[in-house]
Design a protein around this ligand. Structure first.
Ligand code: TXA
Ligand code: MG
Length: 321
């Protein structure tokens, strides 16, 4: 089902309407969100969802997030307990995904849920995403719009670098603002579980639910997409670096970049974690493309968005599976 040519659609009324038509036709459209670009298809159409896996070259079926344009629509698709309801009220639209039991008749295809009886729901805050989702008029399944195992795309050019000729269109709204994927919280039992740190910091979520987020139980994690090597560039990544080795590029953070690297990109010279998150995947791609044998990464603090940044860097540094 791969397209011979991928169209670049402008994020104006005509481009959004055309993207909505393509989704309703069962085609693949990459769409901007505030976190990263997603590879969207009609979540209620199993064949369209299958084409997502094919285009990404994803070896196995992981559950996909179903995106809708309005919080009220999302609330109809799942069963929300008091924690899920409070989190939806506080953070939607925004970079939070809630995993809840699917509501009866919600119609999200089995393949999009990888056969689970739960569903990952998200209402993005990006105005172009919301306009497209409302134009499509149905839930849109969308993983990050990269080839399986590559870092997530934060520009339309990143999407084309991975998927040109394999998808029907990219809706181009410029670089994404948040830069790391949504935070995923499962509300399935009494204690909400943090499945993936992301664009909404843990502290903000815990303030709303009035208790600490639980960690996923054991090895049988219920977010099977969270494989260690998921965000892997080619260059070897070295975390919490205090120096730069010969041949290494430097991914710096803060005003005091380490000396000695031929190629340096700074996530945030002022030490701002939101700016660092927005730059993370683009800088990793650029340093990887520079041909350096390795990338030394300076220490990123753990608080706020730092938890998600450190999580993605740890995955990028993990041995390949
Ligand atoms: O910011 C984001 O979340 C981006 C944009 C495009 O929305 N999407 C994204 O999708 O990062 P993806 O497929 O790369 O990651 C989705 C994660 C996977 O790890 C998957 O296992 C988990 O969500 N997930 C989805 N539905 C789930 C469910 N029912 N139960 C457990 N985990 C689920
Ligand atoms: Mg992904």
């Amino acid at each position: 089902m791969s397209a011979s040519r991928t169209r670049l659609l402008p994020a104006d009324a005509a481009g959004i309407a055309e993207a909505g038509r393509l989704i309703r036709d069962g085609r693949l459209v990459a769409l901007p969100t505030e976190t990263v670009y997603g590879l969207g298809a009609d979540a209620t159409d199993g064949r369209a969802v299958a084409a997502i896996y094919e285009a990404k070259g994803r070896p196995s079926f992981n559950p996909l997030i179903a995106h809708v344009g309005e919080p009220a629509e999302a609330l109809k698709l799942g069963v929300f307990d008091r924690h899920a309801q409070a989190l939806a009220d506080a953070f939607w639209p925004g970079p939070l995904t809630l995993v809840v039991p699917m509501a009866e008749g919600a119609g999200i295809s089995d393949l999009a849920r990888a056969g689970l009886d739960t569903v990952g729901l998200r209402v993005p805050s990006h105005p172009v995403a919301r306009a497209l989702l409302n134009a499509a008029g149905r839930p849109v399944a969308a993983p990050s719009a990269n080839r399986s195992g590559h870092v997530s795309p934060t520009t339309a050019a990143h999407v084309l670098a991975d998927l040109d000729g394999r998808i029907d269109a990219v809706l181009d709204a410029g670089p994404t603002e948040v830069g790391v994927e949504s935070t995923i919280v499962a509300c399935l039992a009494d204690a909400p579980v943090l499945l993936r740190p992301g664009g909404v910091p843990r502290e903000a979520i815990e303030a709303v639910i009035g208790r600490p987020l639980a960690a996923p139980a054991g090895e049988a994690t219920i977010a099977p997409g969270m494989l260690a090597s998921h965000y892997a560039p080619n260059a070897a990544i070295r975390l919490d670096a205090r120096d730069v080795s010969p041949g290494e590029a430097l991914l710096a953070f803060g005003p005091d970049a380490l000396p000695g690297a031929g190629r340096i990109l700074n996530l945030s010279p002022s030490g701002d974690l939101a700016e660092a998150a927005a730059n993370l995947f683009g800088h990793l791609r650029a340093l990887d493309a520079s041909g350096a044998s390795g990338i030394a990464v300076m220490r990123i603090p753990r608080e706020g968005l730092g938890e998600a940044i450190r999580d993605r860097l740890a995955r990028a540094a993990a041995p390949r599976t």
